[in-house]
Design a protein around this ligand. Structure first.
Ligand code: MLT
Length: 327
């Protein structure tokens, strides 16, 4: 009897010991869009500091496709041992269920929330040669010419797709919507004048706006961004209804042990308290004020509310898309 109890105890203890030593090897950090876009930029900035805290590299793996749902599905189906996590956002863990009829994952049930890394206000930007001097002129021009215009996004259900679907529906525009593997590559085409406009997250846009290589018509938040003081709000531009902000947050697959998620959450909190990491994010216009959403419990609440919110908003503006075959 005694020996079987000892054996049982040793079997139970073994996994916990393993978790106590976590992490013992590099951690795959899935970014569900192309390198160089907002999700990738936020992930790499926080990963650098988290790697120092955890003592193992967070290795970013860009798994693009289907508006970020390909990468999200990859994470949802990964072994829940703490060695695969992802940077999700308002698209993959908010809007996706509203635009994919049979999405192969549930943003709430199939993930363990770790915490929000950055809030990301949305801007309406256009190629430098776009013939409008302010948001009022931009809206009038797009309404009158949308059939001749191209709008860039990062795939159905992405933040850029979702927010510009909302914008287009508000002003009654029907542009040709051009899909990219991320708004990093999309921004290159805006700079090159190959595509007309897009709705994107501030952390992708600040360098190009400050370099005056694209036009920024408005930021869709109540206040102007401190890093872009000359870019008016949508309200100042006469489009107060277009108020929208996105967010980027870290998730692990359902079933990841609490000892592991606690370490990941603590490492994220440490990164968000680190002066250098904060400066890099704030200089790109990130909003780091939502302390509640930076916790696992707060992020869980945010995902639930965002899924409900975007389901309501997108019912009127976007069709249901068949989910892509699992990769
Ligand atoms: C999006 O949802 O538009 C993505 O954040 C774009 C990206 O990160 O490349």
């Amino acid at each position: 009897m005694r020996s079987s109890l000892v054996l049982l105890a040793s079997v139970l203890v073994l996994p916990l010991e393993g978790m106590a030593a976590y992490p013992e090897r590099p951690i795959t950090f899935i970014v569900p869009f192309a390198a160089g876009g907002p999700t990738d930029v936020v992930a790499r900035i926080v990963a650098e500091n988290m790697s120092k805290t955890l003592g193992q590299q967070l290795v970013v793996e860009n798994v693009a496709g289907a508006g970020g749902t390909t990468g999200a599905l990859r994470c949802a189906q990964a072994t829940p041992d703490g060695y695969t996590i992802m940077m999700g956002h308002m698209g993959t863990h908010g809007a996706a269920p509203a635009v994919y009829a049979d999405l192969k994952y549930d943003p709430v049930k199939d993930f363990v929330p770790i915490g929000m890394a950055a809030g990301t206000p949305i801007l309406i930007v256009a190629k430098k040669s776009f013939p409008a001097k302010d948001l009022k002129e931009f809206v009038s021009y797009v309404k009158a010419n949308s059939e001749k215009l191209n709008e860039a996004h990062a795939g159905v259900g992405s933040v850029s797709f979702t927010t510009c679907a909302f914008f287009n529906s508000l002003i009654g525009a029907k542009p040709t919507r051009v899909v990219y593997r991320g708004t990093g590559p999309a921004l290159n085409d805006i700079v090159a004048g190959q595509v007309d406009y897009m709705c994107d997250q501030i952390v992708n846009l600040v360098p190009q706006i400050q370099a005056n290589s694209i036009k920024a018509y408005a930021v869709a938040t109540a206040q102007r961004s401190p890093v872009l003081p000359d870019v008016p709000t949508t309200k100042e531009g006469g489009l107060a209804e277009f108020q929208v902000s996105a967010w980027n947050a870290i998730f692990a697959p359902k079933g990841t042990p609490p000892e592991v998620t606690k370490k990941l959450s603590a490492a994220l909190q440490k990164a968000l308290a680190d002066a250098g990491t904060r400066k890099r994010l704030l200089d790109l216009g990130a909003d780091l004020t939502d302390k509640e959403a930076q916790t696992p419990e707060g992020l869980a609440k945010l995902v639930q509310s965002e899924v409900a919110r975007w389901n309501k908003v997108l019912k009127t503006v976007a069709m249901k898309e068949p989910a892509p075959p699992p990769k």
